[in-house]
Write a protein that binds this ligand. Structure first.
Ligand SMILES: Nc1ncnc2c1ncn2[C@@H]1O[C@H](COP(=O)(O)OP(=O)(O)OP(=O)(O)O)[C@@H](O)[C@H]1O
Length: 307
């Protein structure tokens, strides 16, 4: 078991709406986030990501369950670890007429971070050259990176970003992704929530997928996609019926796909061609169809009201 930055067991939170309706936002969530690297916290809109993060940060109270951050039970011992956590849950407020640097200097003063950190965090978020520009002239991506820079002032070990790329254009998304990757590579733990898998797939080392406030899958991206070893193979062969019979008899799961056959759980594709050639069935096309995280996600969260 790796060291864990975050661990929750049986976490539960119910809201009561104004009309007296009960909404179970998080129901028995078991979440483990290893120390170091980027962890994608993924789920459709409304699946309970923000609620979980707010409980971890002590912003709302859980109804049931336990949580630890760096092995400290929270919220009971939150004061002991809060200095190691930097989080963006809502957009922070900056002064539009002040430069990015000035905004960070004011914040550093307010939280007691050393003034020299301002230059360092601007560097870390690739804002060093734009630090002298007024905040109001920043692109959305730059504004979001300044928010990340602000969370880095205390040099935290754990960064929690709730949907940090919301509303950003592709260039902005790429900038945020690179910033998160850089932090992960420095050994920081980055927990990033998103409902858009493609944004996280490229940057995350490990992921947890939730639906309806419950854990659906977790592990490295490769593990969640399907272990990496076994793949689905698309096969072109003249006599598809005969080929399907041979492969099915060999214990393989075969499906028709237009003019091709799809064979699941194939570890060594070359063995397929031998199996068929032995029966005078010759493969003219063989392509590995790799499942991506998006399809796994859609499958796992089917019927979860993906927005
Ligand atoms: N203050 C609240 N009062 C009532 N219901 C709430 C409240 N906050 C969240 N909910 C409900 O709890 C469920 C989980 O919401 P939450 O915001 O945690 O999900 P999420 O995965 O972060 O989604 P999103 O990406 O849309 O923010 C949703 O059904 C939401 O409508």
């Amino acid at each position: 078991m790796p060291d864990l930055a975050i661990s929750t067991r049986g976490l539960r939170k119910t809201y009561r709406t104004r009309r007296g309706r009960t909404v179970v936002a998080v129901q028995g969530l078991d979440l483990d986030v290893p120390v170091g690297g980027v962890h994608g916290f993924l789920g459709p809109n409304g699946s309970g990501k923000t609620t979980s993060i707010r409980m971890l940060l002590g912003l709302i109270r859980a109804d049931a369950g336990t949580m630890t951050v760096f092995d400290r039970p929270v919220p009971a011992q939150l004061p002991a670890v809060v200095g190691r956590i930097g989080a963006i849950v809502e957009s922070p407020k900056f002064f539009p007429a002040f430069t990015g640097r000035r905004n960070l200097e004011l914040l550093a003063g307010a939280i007691g971070a050393p003034a020299q950190r301002v230059g360092e965090v601007l560097e870390q978020t690739s804002l060093a050259e734009r630090g002298k520009d007024k905040f109001k002239g920043y692109s959305l991506g730059m504004k979001q990176r300044l928010a990340i820079a602000a969370t880095l002032l205390k040099d935290p070990d754990l960064l929690i970003f709730d949907e940090p790329t919301n509303g950003l254009d592709p260039a902005g998304i790429r900038e945020i992704r690179e910033t998160m990757r850089g932090l992960g590579d420095q050994g920081k733990t980055v927990l990033v929530s998103s409902h858009i898998l493609a944004e996280v797939e490229q940057v995350a080392d490990t992921v947890s997928i939730i639906g309806h406030g419950r854990l659906l899958a977790s592990g490295t991206v490769a593990e969640v996609i399907g272990g990496g070893a076994a793949a689905t193979v698309k096969l072109g062969v003249a006599d598809r019926e005969a080929a399907a019979r041979v492969l099915t008899a060999a214990g393989l799961a075969v499906r028709a796909d237009g003019n091709h056959l799809l064979v699941d759980g194939v570890e060594r594709p070359a063995e397929l061609t031998k199996l068929l050639a032995d029966q005078q069935l010759y493969v003219h096309e063989l392509v590995q169809v790799r499942a991506d995280l998006e399809s796994v996600f859609l499958e796992l969260t089917a019927g979860e009201g993906l927005a």
